[in-house]
Structures are given as structure tokens and as C-alpha cells.
Design a protein. Structure first.
Length: 169
């Protein structure tokens, strides 16, 4: 969420996409469809549902330690599990600072998410922040090409959509 800049269409050149920056394999593991005609990672609804489910799973896996759960979300649960094992394996006593082999990018991710949490929690106008985050999501509709349109070049002769309509999309 933090990595995407809160943009549903965000893409990272290395493969992650959407608000929650899922890679394809993780998205599929959490029932987010990813195929040639539809990428559910770009759907705020599909990806948020999957992210909440995944974070809940990680929270349980790491003994209720949110910092470790968030680290695992960012860098992969296998990497964090290995780092925890190498550090002695006690989730309750471990903090992220004690884990060797975790990227500085992951530590920064945890700090950014914590900062966002603090801003939302401490801000006197919490409702304003929540309203800004709780924007309506436009519904996508399927557009069927006319039967007489056999060549893409012929689409140019058709009336164009209004710019204001495109801006709202």
C-alpha cells in the first residue's frame, strides 16, 4: 500500500503491481486472478481483500508480532522465518532490529507503514484522513466492439469519447 503511492494501477518494473504490490505468484496464492485478459492485482477490491487475508495469516504465523508480519509481507515469509530461526526463534522477544539478512528496503517499509499508522492515529481530524482514503472506486464496464469493425484502423473514424469522461476514469 505504501509502496504503490496509493495508486491502484502502480507497477514496479520487477513484477509487483497494484495498491498492495503483489507479485503474480503471491496474488494467485490468495485467489487474485492474474491472466492475460485481467489482472486482479490492479483491482482495489480484489487486491485489498487478498492483502487483508494475507496479513491476517502472517500475523498468526509470526505469533501476533505485527512488525514481523509486515516484514514478511514485504520481503517474503520464508526469508523472515529463516532470519527468525537464525536469531533464536522466539517471536515474542524478537524485534526486526535483531534479524540478520533482511534488506534495508524492508526495514524502511516497516517504518513507512508505522509512520502512516501514527499519522492516522494521532491526527486530531482522523475522519478527514479516513475520508480521503475511502474514495469511491470507479466500476469498470466491458465494451464490445461493433460487428462491422474488423480492422483497428476503422476505430479512428468512430466518435471519440468526451475528454471529461476519460479524465474521470
Amino acid at each position: 500500500f505504501v509502496e504503490s503511492g496509493y495508486r491502484p494501477g502502480a507497477r514496479n518494473g520487477k513484477g509487483p503491481a497494484g495498491l498492495w504490490q503483489f507479485i503474480g505468484s503471491t496474488a494467485r496464492l490468495h485467489d487474485v486472478p492474474v491472466h492475460a485478459s485481467y489482472d486482479g492485482r490492479l483491482s482495489p477490491v480484489d487486491s485489498t481483500r487478498a492483502a487483508v487475508d494475507y496479513l491476517r495469516k502472517l500475523y498468526g504465523l509470526f505469533g501476533g508480532n505485527w512488525e514481523l508480519a509486515v516484514m514478511a509481507y514485504n520481503t517474503g515469509e520464508a526469508r523472515v522465518l529463516q532470519a527468525v530461526r537464525n536469531a533464536g526463534g522466539n517471536y515474542a522477544e524478537l524485534g526486526p532490529a535483531e534479524l540478520a539478512g533482511i534488506s534495508p528496503i524492508t526495514y524502511a517499509y516497516v517504518q513507512k507503514l508505522h509512520a502512516l499508522s501514527c499519522v492516522l492515529e494521532k491526527n486530531g481530524s482522523q475522519d478527514r484522513w479516513l475520508a480521503a482514503l475511502d474514495r469511491p472506486v470507479p466500476r469498470l464496464t466491458v465494451q464490445t466492439l461493433p460487428r462491422d469493425c474488423h480492422e483497428p484502423g476503422r476505430l479512428g473514424a468512430r466518435p471519440r469519447p468526451r475528454p471529461g469522461l476519460l479524465a474521470r476514469l
